[in-house]
Design a protein. Structure first.
Lengths: 169, 393
């Protein structure tokens, strides 16, 4: 199931990398080296915690259980960057950035790869695809054809939105 | 004089050029402060409360007080991006109505266009926050953050690119009546002509679905606002512009909230509730327009229309100063066509005050009630909304 990016040396070479010394998020990034996409669950109230931090944002409990995500979810919302001066974007625009909704109940900002930018849709099924670096991997997401059938209803809903737009203008 | 509100905006000034020609942000702030105090009929030494979000750099509580030559007994350095000035006005209204101070000064100065990035550079050397350390590998730009929200809004409610463009078309109609905005467009080498939906859609895509003309200007600029306690509101050069109510609220991505709903839901409820005013009564809506989607979302969340109907509400011209059926939107030309030097919140207060004085270049006849609503930070990831309801006696 796990895949890594084999065809993206440009992105990997120039992408700014996170600090492994930042106390709240160091464990998250260390776990990526082993291909683990981790999230936290509050042992007291059950809240799913992401981004990683020292406490549960729902009740401030420090008692959090680290769990591994299966790395599958859907595009909650996205954009295709056509112009960007952000580090790591030079020479490889357009770049698709998205908020992905993971099945385990958390959302994360990420980049969508392996898809025609014009084909990315809200509610499109995606799965994690790792970009390797020294000491860590960056979680990117790609279209998940295995999930696509399950989500055809969502896709249909999106298309219906498009149609109603055309009719109302 | 009877207090018709919490405190009164007595003086305003906007730095007129959109390029600073060598002036620093500090100099722009001081220059605007002097003119706003004169506009209020007050002197430098009358100021006893200083509000500053630190955009010029340094530790503003003492460096800006020292630079201006003030000895304030109340200092507030609330910094939440472009909506900082709505929070400053809200805090000043509370403090002045409680007798904590008499004369509050808010200033803003920026050379964002001509290239003084001192404050930004200082921030970039700080260690990343936990959330930034999660996001920095992806390079989310500011247009990108607002565009992600727009994509969800379109998918969920059927909002169209044409409807987003209508916000920009309306802003340009108002800008063309404002000589400072027209001169500013020329200085920025932008043709000062009316926009059409087609022109917005034909402009380069920046971050889908936002085109270049869905994005605000980047220019130099600044301004100042003087707010006085109720006892000082009368016998000023201009009639009082009362702060009737205010609210502030925060939203961030999290795992649960709908990102198409902004903190305006909460800040607006507080502000309109305190003012005892309904959105439908508002004559002039000064709504932060960093991007067209920012306005659509705020119109809905402030209660000018139902959730999801902001696109249809913005379309069709009802937000023009001379059209019925909705509040006049961003009558100075907005950040889209007049001025956005990085933060726009102070201009919302300034133009709302002009309208309530009857002195706007796109004047709504007999305007009595206005709202200034700022969105600071980024839709999608994290933002702070500040809402101020203003009225004349």
């Amino acid at each position: 199931m796990e895949t890594t990016v084999a065809d993206g040396p440009d992105a990997g070479a120039s992408r700014p990398l996170p600090s492994l010394d930042e106390p709240d998020t160091a464990a998250f990034w260390s776990a990526t080296a082993a291909g683990r996409l981790t999230y936290r669950v509050c042992r007291r109230c059950g809240e799913v915690v992401f981004f990683p931090r020292s406490h549960c944002p729902a009740d401030l409990s420090p008692d959090l259980e680290v769990r591994d995500s299966a790395g599958r979810g859907t595009v909650y919302a996205f954009t295709v960057l056509r112009r960007s001066a952000a580090p790591g974007h030079q020479g490889r625009l357009p770049v698709v950035l998205a908020v992905v909704q993971l099945r385990e109940g958390f959302r994360m900002l990420t980049e969508i790869v392996g898809a025609d930018p014009g084909a990315v849709r809200v509610d499109m099924p995606v799965r994690v695809r790792w970009e390797p670096h020294e000491g860590l991997r960056i979680p990117l997401f790609e279209p998940d054809s295995a999930q696509a059938g399950l989500n055809s209803l969502h896709q249909g809903g999106w298309v219906a939105c498009s149609d109603s737009r055309g009719a109302s203008s | 004089m009877k207090a018709d509100g919490l405190a009164s905006i007595a003086g305003i000034d906007e730095f007129r050029p959109r390029l600073s020609f060598g002036k620093s942000a500090w100099q722009i702030k001081a220059e605007c402060a002097a003119r706003a105090l004169a506009d209020a009929g007050l002197d430098w030494q009358d100021v006893d409360a200083l509000y500053d979000c630190g955009e010029a750099g340094g530790m503003p509580g003492f460096t800006m007080a020292e630079y201006l030559g003030l000895h304030p007994s109340l200092i507030d350095n609330t910094a939440v991006g472009g909506s900082s000035f709505e929070l400053h006005a809200a805090h000043a209204a509370t403090a002045l109505s409680a007798g904590r101070a008499q004369v509050a000064l808010l200033t803003y100065g920026s050379t964002k266009r001509s290239g003084n990035y001192a404050a930004t550079d200082a921030l970039s050397t700080a260690p990343p926050s936990p959330s930034a350390n999660m996001e920095l590998p992806y390079g989310l730009t500011t247009p990108g953050a607002y565009a992600i929200c727009a994509s969800r809004h379109m998918a969920r409610y059927g909002t169209t690119a044409d409807q987003l463009a209508a916000v920009s078309v309306t802003a340009r109609v108002h800008a063309l009546r404002n000589p400072d905005a027209v001169a500013g467009l020329a200085a920025l080498r932008i043709k000062a002509t009316e926009l059409t939906t087609e022109m917005v859609l034909a402009s380069p895509m920046i971050a889908d679905p936002l085109h270049l003309l869905d994005c605000c200007l980047i220019n130099d600029g600044g301004g100042a606002v003087v707010i006085v306690a109720p006892d000082l509101a009368a016998d000023r050069p201009h009639p009082p512009v009362w702060i009737l109510g205010a609210g502030e609220a925060t939203r961030y991505l999290g795992n649960h909230d709908d990102i198409t709903v902004s903190a305006a839901v909460d800040s607006g409820r507080q502000a309109f509730g305190q003012a005892g005013v309904r959105p439908g009564e508002i004559d002039v809506a000064m709504i932060y327009d960093s991007f067209t989607i920012t306005v659509i979302v705020a119109l809905e969340d402030l209660g000018f229309c139902a959730k999801g109907e902001g696109g249809a509400f913005a379309d069709g011209g009802r937000l023009r100063f001379d059209e019925p059926g909705g509040p006049a939107l961003n009558t100075d030309g907005g950040g889209l066509s007049s001025s956005h030097p990085g933060m726009r919140g102070i201009f919302l207060l300034i133009e709302a005050t002009r309208q309530l004085r009857g002195a706007s270049t796109a004047q709504v006849p007999g305007a009595r009630l206005a709202v200034a609503h700022g969105t600071g930070g980024w839709l999608t990831t994290r933002h702070v909304a500040g809402t101020v309801v203003l009225g004349r006696s």
